[in-house]
Design a protein around this ligand. Structure first.
Ligand SMILES: [Zn+2]
Length: 265
């Protein structure tokens, strides 16, 4: 006994923690009971402070004053179970991390696929770059794959004429990205941002002071209408094309009108 190495504070703490600060023989818990660390196999006392041989015991159990309800194998089984549980948890954590890596690589694959799609549309004259990938990754998280492809097709449709007339140049690539960005802002901006944007368009076009009240009422109506979420991009592009304030009021009414015509429930 004299040769026994004293247990470090750290090991004792680890054993208590593992055993939930509960005597593994009788179930007494800290702080009501003073807990100690017991050596399960006394033969191993000689200097062996292997944590698997250590167990939380209350003062009485440790001195054999209380009946030890659990046999030593029961205690060992319990510990083995705990280690198995920890192993399972560790394996699950590893699986979770692997799954997360897989998701990230799926996302990168998706972005790569879309970048190649764009490159093909540019007749492979421009190869995907890191900044393309960064843009696409951020657009993907906002819109999802299908909607993004739709928008890319839209943009290429818009610039197809100038592409066939002037060829595919640096300028084409620049225009492609700037139109795509504008479309995505239109689709994902908040009502407040869209409101500001519509006011900006109208004011730049017509300095609408005379109709200010009508225009502002209409913008508020459109922003608050159910049509807004469904047709946000269409509303913005319609607003860009209008030729007069009256035209604007008429077009915006068309977006709201079908809703007003719905039969009331
Ligand atoms: Zn006890």
């Amino acid at each position: 006994m004299a040769e026994r190495k004293p247990l470090s504070k750290k090991i004792r703490f680890e054993v208590f923690k593992r055993d939930n600060f509960t005597c593994q023989y009788c179930g007494h818990k800290a702080p009501e009971y003073i807990l100690e660390v017991d050596h399960i196999d006394p033969v191993k006392h000689k200097g062996d402070n292997d944590p698997f041989n250590l167990i939380t015991s209350c003062f009485d159990c440790n001195r054999g004053k209380a009946d030890r309800k659990l046999s030593d194998t029961a205690v060992l089984d319990k510990q083995r179970q705990k280690i198995e549980d920890l192993n399972i948890r560790r394996q699950q954590l590893e699986m979770l991390l692997a799954w997360k890596d897989e998701l990230i690589s799926n996302k990168n694959m998706e972005a790569n696929y879309i970048c190649n799609y764009i490159s093909n549309k540019l007749e492979s004259k421009f190869k995907p770059t890191e900044s393309w990938r960064i843009n696409i990754n951020s657009y993907l998280s906002k819109l999802g794959h299908d909607r993004l492809i739709e928008m890319i097709d839209d943009v290429f449709f818009k610039i197809s004429f100038s592409m066939s007339k002037y060829g595919i140049t640096e300028k084409t690539v620049e225009i492609f990205w700037s139109i795509l960005r504008a479309k995505i802002i239109g689709e994902t901006s908040t009502p407040q941002e869209t409101k500001k944007y519509l006011h900006g368009i109208l004011y730049n076009k017509f300095q609408y002071t005379a109709y200010r009240c009508d225009v502002e009422t209409m913008i508020d109506r459109i922003i608050n209408s159910p049509a807004f979420n469904e047709n946000r991009t269409e509303i913005i592009s319609a607003a860009k094309k209008i030729t007069s304030v009256t035209d604007f009021l008429k077009k915006m009414n068309e977006f709201i009108a079908p809703i007003n015509d719905r039969p009331s429930k």
